[in-house]
Write a protein that binds this ligand. Structure first.
Ligand code: UD1
Ligand code: CA
Length: 463
């Protein structure tokens, strides 16, 4: 089966510069979810109909798909399907058509709809005109209403809200915007329907009444979960959809052994990977390709982006780690900032207000307070005191700092890169280090301290 995704509409109700289907849900465009559902539903051959701001949509979705341009973005959903006619017209199969603004459809639903069609063909020996995903909603406002032959799953027609009579508006079964139509019948129907008198749009939903008039049956397929069919027409519906997806992801991981404290405050994106016995506290954000090992504890306010965290790590509150690797047993935070391909070694401790950028921190290193470590390697077991700074930038270029193992860098030392400090080197607190320090050496750079008895009191008392 082939699939056509409709993504050409103007999205007027969104009030946006950006194409509606590119607005993000948990860090990915709404359209990504639709396409992903189609693929996971077992359909690989996918065309996307673009129109309004087509270039932006193509740029965001990439080369993997075939694109068709709908010339008139107000042409309506049937006009959009017609725009992709070359993609599907020669096939004798069914065609999946799905709205680009239906991001919550479950891949299993796509599989089950296909199965349903083949079951009907197999056991009832009927070729259907189509199957349409529907659901019964408390509040059907805005959706096309499903008019059925009573007591059956046979649809007679779909009435758009704008065209519905008051009685039809009372129908609570709605069109979910996911269709599988038998291509030869679809082709015939698309050329027979006429634009809506109210809006001038050619409605895909109108093919149903035409098919039924020709004796081709169209059946409803009820979504297992009513939230699945949510169409995102407004920003508020986007927030709503994001919330539903977020809670689904949290439930998925909770069932695999992750504890979420106050789940309503936790953000987790679809590519994140968690392990058993992970514990996540309120207000945590896990973004991109973040991967968390077993028994990791992530405390409140932490933000992790594209970061791998190995087992038994503890991330203390309000730390922000991006594009980095935190090895087994390490401890990061509170209020730490780790970024740009940093590796924090096994059992290392990166503490309060420490920033680490593009650095390799060895096993058992301790940098527990107020330091900046940038473009550096820090050998195993080295201690980095409070306020240590690697001066890695000379105003033009970045330079590296290499610190050996078991070194001691006293508080407030300034290491002017490029520089090398040997194993077991000892840097006295407050020193400005501008020359390499050999293995085992002590380096101290301070002016001699003076004590002048009584001078302090004199100054203070103005004498
Ligand atoms: C549509 C259905 C409605 C259904 C609802 C489910 C029609 C006529 N109505 O209504 O029965 O209950 O979806 O969410 O189909 N699009 C184009 N070209 C166009 C117009 C729209 O590509 O000319 C695309 C849009 O980008 C969008 C999708 O088709 O992704 C649906 O269009 P939209 O205008 O949102 O339809 P609804 O009014 O929500
Ligand atoms: Ca819609």
């Amino acid at each position: 089966m082939k699939a056509v995704v409709l993504a050409a509409g103007l999205g007027t109700r969104f009030k946006s510069e950006k194409p509606k289907v590119l607005h993000e849900i948990l860090g990915k465009p709404m359209l990504w979810y639709v396409v992903n559902t189609v693929r996971q539903g077992g359909i690989e051959d996918i065309a996307i109909v673009v129109g309004h701001k087509a270039e932006e949509v193509i740029e965001a979705m990439g080369e993997e798909y075939v694109y068709f341009h709908q010339e008139n973005p107000k042409g309506g959903t049937a006009d959009a399907v017609l725009a992709s006619i070359e993609f599907w017209r020669n096939s004798e199969d069914y065609l999946l058509i799905i709205n680009g603004d239906s991001p919550l459809v479950n891949p299993d639903t796509i599989r089950n709809m296909q199965r349903f069609i083949y079951m009907v063909e197999e056991y009832e020996k009927i070729r259907l005109g189509g199957v349409i995903l529907t659901s019964i909603l408390q509040d059907p406002t805005g959706y096309g209403r499903i008019v059925k032959e009573e007591g059956t799953d046979r649809i007679i027609r779909i009435v758009e809200e704008k065209d519905a009579t008051p009685q039809e508006r009372n129908i609570r079964e709605v069109n979910g915007g996911v269709y599988m139509f038998y291509i030869p019948y679809l082709l015939e129907a698309l050329f027979k329907i006429s634009p809506s008198e109210k809006t001038g749009e050619l409605y895909l939903t109108d093919v149903v009444a035409y098919m039924v008039s020709k004796g081709y049956e169209v059946r409803s397929f009820m979504a297992s979960d009513p939230t699945e069919i949510l169409g995102v027409n407004t920003r508020w519906e986007l927030s709503f959809a994001e919330n539903i997806l977020r809670l689904k992801l949290i439930k998925f991981w909770a069932e695999r052994g992750v504890t979420f404290h106050t789940p309503e405050t936790i953000w987790i994106e679809p590519d994140v990977n968690l392990s058993k016995n992970v514990e996540i506290y309120p207000g945590v954000m896990l973004r991109g390709r973040t991967k968390i090992g077993e028994k990791v504890v992530i405390k409140t306010g932490v933000l992790l982006e594209n970061t791998e965290v190995e087992e038994s790590v503890v991330i203390e509150p309000y730390s922000y780690i991006s594009d980095s690797l935190i090895k087994k047993g390490a401890k990061v935070g509170p209020f730490a900032r780790v970024r740009n391909d940093t590796v924090v070694g096994e059992n290392a401790e990166i503490g309060n207000f420490v920033e680490v950028k593009k650095s390799e921190i060895g096993k058992d290193v301790k940098a527990k307070h107020l330091a900046y470590i940038g473009d550096a390697t820090v050998g195993e077991g080295t201690n980095v005191g409070a306020g240590v700074v690697t001066a890695n930038y000379d105003g033009k270029e970045k330079h590296r700092t290499e610190i050996g193992r078991n070194a001691f860098i006293g508080s407030n030392a300034l290491l002017v890169a490029p520089i090398k400090l040997g194993d077991f080197s000892y840097i006295a607190g407050g020193s400005v280090i501008t020359k390499d320090v050999p293995e085992g050496a002590l380096a101290i750079e301070r002016s001699k301290m003076k004590i002048m008895e009584g001078k302090g009191r004199k100054l203070l008392e103005g004498k």
